[in-house]
Design a protein around this ligand. Structure first.
Ligand SMILES: Cc1cc2nc3c(=O)[nH]c(=O)nc-3n(C[C@H](O)[C@H](O)[C@H](O)COP(=O)(O)OP(=O)(O)OC[C@H]3O[C@@H](n4cnc5c(N)ncnc54)[C@H](O)[C@@H]3O)c2cc1C
Length: 457
């Protein structure tokens, strides 16, 4: 142990160390795990040593990227955490429109550097979320219809596999590993850096954000569906059911009122966006209107304050096809029944570039879903935990039975309780090929704190 620690550039934390509790905490306050060892890696060599140490001692391994995984897979009890949070550099090559991003970076850090050049990679919608977990299992955000999932912009990765080898994976080098990493990445090793293709976005964008009363939701949701049916890819539409947050930005008399927010980000020219999106504001009489121009990086962090570290999160989702009236009515019923004012029901349009990539081109198979219905149940009162989790599970199961096809989006799966059924539902026809790749690259299943693909044998 001493020899291992002495060789590292980064530090090692154990129970009792002053920084231990902070280092084992993840975003979700429901998770309280006590690893034996947290290795705060400062570079690829530290990761190689940590992987070798874990393998030699047979330790359970967690990889910590942005630590936003709701199930808390970034930490474990009694094992080792390979913590990448000190590896978060972002380097942009504006000529080639490429960013090289270390494995512990957040999306806010990527936007900060890429926006210097008016460029962006398609990431998520909360800037504190880790690039790694989000990208390796999909990656939905305001740009997914125009540029695809986050993983669709990957050009290569550097990854430390279970045997301790540092490998590049790209279309031309280790292509099977690159295929597997794009959808099932946490099963195949520790990604120490990502190479993303960048796209011109911002520095300013326009977003429509009228807030309607829940009473108007049945009619507005139908208009939303009709709008989405012909929306160009530059539109990133979401229908979010929430309650007016009790913060100063909103009039006090509206605090707690159940609402429907139609959020449509336009990633092209902001003037054009404002013109094209004007009709959205007339779908009903908004009780508030937050529409306007914003710097891309600001728009990308506008939800941050609502998902603080230590809040309680249990999020589950369904991928659905064409939305029937029946489905829309059920969404409104679910929205009216939310167990906490901080819970969001999000009906998010997919399609566009996501669906233009073949389902077997990457490990991510679910390319043809039309919408994601996400039950983002968040709360801050520990006494509400049982009620909130129970509601989410029951509602998800009921909606799944009525409307979902046999599919799943692995970035929003609660605690992944459905295990193999969930993993099979997510990877579909790609599952057997993934098992073969796992057997090649991680035959001992060293990397299993994830939605696991077990190796053969
Ligand atoms: C507030 C919030 C907002 C979110 N917004 C979005 C969104 O807009 N779009 C979306 O698609 N999803 C979103 N998510 C879901 C998010 O994509 C997942 O929770 C994802 O797992 C987070 O990645 P992370 O690196 O922060 O998490 P971590 O908890 O660090 O890791 C998640 C998984 O990836 C593995 N992993 C982490 N780093 C590496 C690495 N370098 N190499 C290999 N494996 C690694 C871990 O072992 C773990 O299994 C959001 C989640 C939260 C809590």
């Amino acid at each position: 142990m001493q020899q291992f620690a002495a060789g590292l550039r980064g530090g090692v934390l154990q129970p009792g160390d002053a920084a231990y509790d902070e280092a084992r905490a993840v975003r979700n306050g429901l998770i309280d795990r006590r690893p034996a060892l947290i290795v705060q890696c400062r570079g690829t060599a530290d990761v190689v040593d940590a992987v070798g140490f874990a393998r030699a001692l047979g330790l359970l391994v967690s990889i910590r990227g942005g630590a936003h995984n709701v199930a808390g897979n970034a930490v474990n009890d009694g094992g080792i955490v390979i913590d990448l949070s000190e590896m978060h550099s972002v380097h942009v090559d504006p000529e080639r429109r490429i960013a090289r991003v270390q494995g512990g970076a957040t999306w806010g850090e990527v936007d900060r550097e890429t926006q210097l050049w008016g460029l962006a990679a398609p990431g998520g919608q909360v800037s504190t979320t880790g690039v790694a977990g989000l990208t390796l299992h999909g990656g939905l955000g305001s740009l997914h219809r125009k540029y695809g999932l986050a993983l669709d912009s990957l050009r290569s990765v550097e990854i430390v596999t279970a045997d301790g080898q540092v490998r590049t994976a790209s279309d031309s080098v280790n292509p099977e590993l690159f295929w597997a990493v794009r959808g099932a990445g946490s099963n195949f090793g520790v990604v120490t850096s990502f190479e993303f293709a960048l796209h011109p976005v911002g520095p300013e964008i326009y977003q429509a954000a009228p807030i309607f009363s829940l009473d108007d939701a049945p009619a507005v949701l139908r208009k939303y569906r009709d709008f989405c049916a012909t929306a160009p890819d530059e539109f990133g539409p979401q229908a979010m059911f929430w309650s007016v947050p009790a913060v100063d930005d909103f009039p006090a008399e509206l605090h707690g009122m159940p609402i429907m927010v139609v959020l449509v980000v336009y990633s092209g020219d902001p003037d054009e966006g404002e013109r094209l999106l004007a009709p959205v504001l007339d779908w009903a009489t908004p009780i508030l209107d937050l529409s306007g121009r914003a710097p891309w990086a600001v728009a990308q962090s506008s939800f941050d304050a609502f998902f603080p570290s230590g809040g309680y999160y249990y999020w589950k989702s369904l991928l659905v096809g064409e939305p029937s009236d029946d489905l829309l009515d059920a969404v409104v019923e679910v929205a009216a029944d939310r167990p906490s004012p901080d819970a969001i029901v999000n009906f998010w349009q997919l399609g566009g570039q996501i669906g233009r990539v073949a389902p077997d081109a990457t490990a991510f198979a679910q390319r043809d879903a039309k919408y994601l219905l996400s039950l983002d149940t968040s709360w801050f009162d520990p006494d509400a935990t049982e009620r909130c989790i129970d509601w989410t599970r029951r509602t998800w199961a009921a909606m799944q039975e009525r409307f979902a096809t046999d599919r799943a989006y692995l970035n929003f799966v609660g605690f992944g309780e459905e295990k193999e059924a969930l993993v099979r539902a997510s990877y579909g026809a790609n599952y057997d090929r993934l098992v073969a790749a796992k057997t090649t690259y991680d035959p001992g299943n060293l990397f299993r704190m994830n939605n696991n693909i077990p190796p053969r044998g």
